[in-house]
Each structure stands twice: as C-alpha cells, then as structure tokens.
Design a protein around this ligand. Sequence first.
Ligand SMILES: [Cu+2]
Length: 485
Amino acid sequence: MLRRAVPIVLSLAVCGLMPITANADLPVEEAVLTDAPNVPPAIHRSRPAKVIVHLEVREVVKNIADGVQYTFWTFGGSVPGKFIRVREGDTVEFHLANHPENKLPHNIDLHAVTGPGGGAASSFTAPGHESQFTFQAINAGLYVYHCATAPVGMHVANGMYGLIYVQPKDGLPEVDREYYVMQGDFYTQGAYGEKGLQPFSMQKAIDERPTYVVFNGAVGSLVGDKAIKGNVGESVRLFVGNGGPNLVSSFHVIGEIFDNVYTEGGTDANQHNVQTTLVPAGGSAIVEYKLEVPGTYILVDHSILRTFNKGSLGMMKVEGPDNKAIYSGKEVDSSYLSELGDLEKKAAKDSEAPKAVAAKAPVTKDELMTAGKKVYASSCLMCHQANGEGLPAVFPPLAKSDYLAKLSGANDRSALVSIPAKGLSGKISVNKADYNAVMPAVSGLSDSDLAAVLTYVTNSWGNSARPFSVDEVKKAKDALAQAKK
Ligand SMILES: [Cu+2]
C-alpha cells in the first residue's frame, strides 16, 4: 500500500498541487506542545507523518516584573509561544484558534513554511474563530513563528512569537537535556520597574528604546527555582530564539563555552568553541555544551546593560561533584541552592496573593526585619543571592561586607540609602575583591520599604547596625536631592 501511495504524493508534490487527501496514508498524530523552558521530546519516527497542531491565541495579563503587569498577546497563554516540534518532511495541519474573549484578530507567520506569507494570509482569525491550513515542512531547522497582523510591530512587541523546530530526517545527536529560551524586548509607558499595569508604548518601540529585555517573557523567569537545571557530566542543548521585535541578541552563558553552535538555527553544527552567538530578531540559534563544573551559570544578552538594567538574566544551576582540575574556584553550597529555591517560591506566592489591606508600616526592629526580608526577596535577591553571598566577580556580597559595614556604621548614612534609591556604579572594593559594575536604582520602593530592606541587610548574615527609620531614609533622600543641586 505504501509503495503505491508514495509515487502519488511525489508526483502531486512535483506539480505543486498537494491536496491534503494525497496524504491520507500518512500516520496522523497530534503535536506535543510545550511551554518554555521545556522542549517536546525528540521524534524517533523514520517516516513522515501528518502532524496536527492546535494553537490558541490568548490575550492575558501577567507579570513582566515583580509588581509590574502587562497585557501580553500570546500563542498558547505564555511568552514565548508553545514550542512546536515536527520532523522534516512532515505534513503539518495547523489549527489557529483565537479565544472568544480576545479583543483583536490575529494570524501566524511560521518561518518554517514555504509559501507566501508563511501561513499569514490563510490564518487571519477573528476572536472566537479558528482557521486551518496545511504545509509540508520541507526544510529542517529551528524557526521563529510570529503574528503578522497589523500593526505587526505591536503584535510582536506584545509577545506574539515562539519557535518551531523541524527536526532533520536523521535527527540530532542525543543529549541529556534540551531547553527553550527566547528573548524579547518590551516597551512600557512607565520606567523599568514602575509598578502596576503598564500600557504599551508605540513611540518607544519605534525609537527602539525597550524598557525590558527579557528571556521567556518576564524578568526572573529563569531565576531561583525557575532556573534550568543540569548535573555534572550531562550534555545540554538550548534552542534559543529571539522574537525581537527590534533587538539582536548577543547570547552568552557566563562560565560556559558552546561546544557546538548551529548558527542561525540551521541544520549544521557549523561552529565550535564559541563564547557568544548572535541571534537575529526573528531568528534563532541552537547551542550545545557539556556540564563539567557545578555552580550557577548565568544566561545573558551580552549587550550587558540589558542584563543588569532591563532583565535579560537567566540561570542554569548545575549540581554534582567538583572538578578542581578544570576549575578550582569556590565550591557550591547546595544548601544555599535549596534555600534560594524556598525563598523565591515564597516570594512568588507573596506577589500572587491579592494585596488586600495595605500593611501597617513597620516601626520596631522586628517589624522592619520581617518587612525587609520580603523586600529583599523581591528586589535584591536575584543579584545579591539568598544569603547575601553575591556571585564572585559579578555581584558583591552583602554578608559581612566591609563596604556595607563602613557605610552602615557611619553617622550620616545617606550614602547607603543612596545605593538602592539611586543605584551604584563605578569601581568599588568589597572584602578585598574589586567590582566595577552597575547596580540600577531599585525602583518601586517606598521610604518604608527602603528603611526595612536596609535594616534587614545590615542586620542579617553576620552584619549588625542600628535599624533604619522611615525618617532617616526621608532625610537622607532630601540630603541627596540637595547635594545634586
Ligand atoms: Cu496578533
């Protein structure tokens, strides 16, 4: 039966006519779709199939950063959209639904499609409707898909992109772990960190001045217990995409070297021993590396201000035995890893809970410590870490920091208030190690939040100082404002 069916399919394909019925003999399967950072399992079929994809567009409000909400337009409920995996030669029957409660029409342009508009013309779908089209995935590779409904820039800027991987006929070498990481730039009317529901800013988007540059749709989406994980001895493959709409990503993993890079998501591992790979807007890359040394590896866009000031920071946590021959640095403290996890889970829960009555401002040292711990978990922990230990060469420690001790013991402590309030940059020395980085001003903190978090950091992890009052914070801020004039 197969022998007869194949020539028919081929001859129709050659004529450019391929009615779906010609593929009636193909086995039919429903695609497995996953949310980032997960990737659908490798396909082990040795023959083409007809793969059915059901994808639903949803307009949803979610956090883009702690306390900052944004109306995302999504393929499947999250940014980036669902990861789709098919095999080279598969016939894909694509169903695009537009949720009835959505406000706008949407469509989809898959870069894996050969044909005008990549499916866009066939998939324009009003809210409450579904459209269907079929294509053959004739080229292997890692492709971006995105919405192409006018204004296209706005639909993409609101998160309408994802990845479809057309696995080559012969598959890829097996690895222990595969993950999905996709960068995007976002444009809000408020400044970075400004709380509340933030509207889209078309002007900032046109000017290419993003407020946020993030992996997987939000600041901190790959941090703490949401970090991707691995063990020493394992091999890792990252499917990296860039939805843009504007920026090109200089994708880098601090502390790793990519053994193989499939440049721009093509089919060959054409590059080896690469530090940073470019991921174009509307493009992709596949990178592979082996995990040799335990620790926390930081995923960044190496246009580094974006990482420390706009959010493009993710983490991969690697556990396992030390390997002093390769790296003799500090051992990881696995108890810290689990504690970081718990603390962040708690922080996530706190931020989900509806803020019923505004809590009474903390006054006593105990109240300041409790409130300060929360502020720390949501505003400082992602850089200075769970126990204030920092990250060598990247974020200075707060625990037993001589720099902090000097400022917190001073009579006038406005220089310390200034650090979270105004940010800190330039060369500093903490416990004999030099740092020359940028700490952005921590926005969205009230005077009482500042008093609490400063009391907390100066009285935790072996530190000790007089508590901060709201009054001291206010006076310090006034003094700073005066000094500026
Ligand atoms: Cu759209």
